[in-house]
Design a protein around this ligand. Structure first.
Ligand code: AMP
Length: 284
């Protein structure tokens, strides 16, 4: 196992990336908020294959959390993360502190006009502004050729693809499929908040998506009908509170009423206090 560089300072990270580029090396980048799980590791493995140098960032970005969200409770274990990163052959871990990325006079944000109006953006109005801003900053610091993001956060991936195009970032954005627990629950750092009793309720998201997939495959075209069935099946589990269940166009995220081609079914459900999201592209 080779050792990894841990770089907390933005200027040092920039200098390091400049040197790699000057040496003709390509850089793959996986941004995360840490507390790594198999989902993150699958992104790292893909990055490892696609470039000479693999950079992971670990930063719990305050600007993407709302005032009553779990910023202070967000799980962290830097030692474990670094051990996992080492095993995956990560070359460099960028670990900035909040004060260095958002100084006292910080005032610049990146926001998109349309994509954040849908899905999670409705109940988390500042979230995608925070995501687009931190990813822009990280792109300018890490200077990657390729960056890998999970489809688990489908809307986030759409926002980043759009932003990359709109702002002419010369970076190849790669979307990577959702990694699940053996029972089907989408892996998430937030799953650690779930109690054993809440686990079956958490699993109801994936089960409902699978059922919707079956309905669409067998010819159901009425999105509203599928949404109603999905909501009923989720709400039949204790402690569930639906934020949204939607069927949307996978590119624009606009609502779809009649299913004619592939559609995105996206869910956000609170199980107790834990907000879970999941999605699936359904194909008739
Ligand atoms: P996070 O640390 O939650 O901000 O996630 C960092 C990256 O890992 C994002 O691109 C996520 O979409 C991705 N990711 C999170 N969970 C999964 C998962 N279960 N499967 C694949 N990618 C994931």
């Amino acid at each position: 196992m080779t050792d990894i560089d841990i770089i907390p300072e933005s200027e040092e990270m920039q200098a390091y990336s400049d040197q790699l580029r000057a040496d003709g090396k390509t850089i793959a980048f996986v941004p995360t908020m840490g507390y790594l799980h198999e989902g993150h590791l699958s992104l790292l493995r893909e990055g490892r294959k696609r470039a000479d140098s693999l950079v992971l960032s670990i930063f719990v970005n305050p600007t993407q959390f709302g005032p009553n969200e779990d910023l202070d409770a967000y799980p962290q274990d830097m030692d474990r993360d670094l051990e996992l990163a080492r095993k995956e052959g990560v070359d460099t871990v960028f670990t900035p502190i909040k004060e260095s990325l958002y100084g006292r006079e910080y005032q610049t944000y990146v926001s998109l006009e349309k994509l954040p109006m849908h899905l999670c953006g409705k109940s988390r109005p500042e979230h995608f502004r925070g995501v687009a801003t931190i990813v822009t900053k990280l792109f300018n610091i890490v200077k990657p050729h390729i960056a890998i993001f999970g489809e688990k956060d489908f809307q986030q991936l759409a926002v980043i693809r759009q932003m990359t195009k709109d702002l002419n970032f010369d970076i190849n954005i790669v979307g990577w499929p959702t990694i699940r627990e053996p029972d089907g629950l989408a892996m998430s750092s937030r799953n650690t908040y779930l109690t054993p009793e809440q686990r079956p309720s958490a699993l109801s998201l994936y089960k409902a998506l699978q059922n919707a997939e079956k309905l669409v495959k067998t010819g159901e075209k009425n999105a509203e009908k599928i949404i109603t069935i999905t909501k009923e099946s989720i709400l039949s589990n204790p402690g569930t509170n639906i934020d949204y269940v939607e069927i949307n166009d996978p590119e624009t995220l606009d609502t779809v009423t009649s299913i004619k081609g592939p559609v995105l079914m996206a869910l956000a459900v609170k199980v107790g206090k834990t907000r879970l999201i999941d999605n699936m592209v359904l194909k008739p």
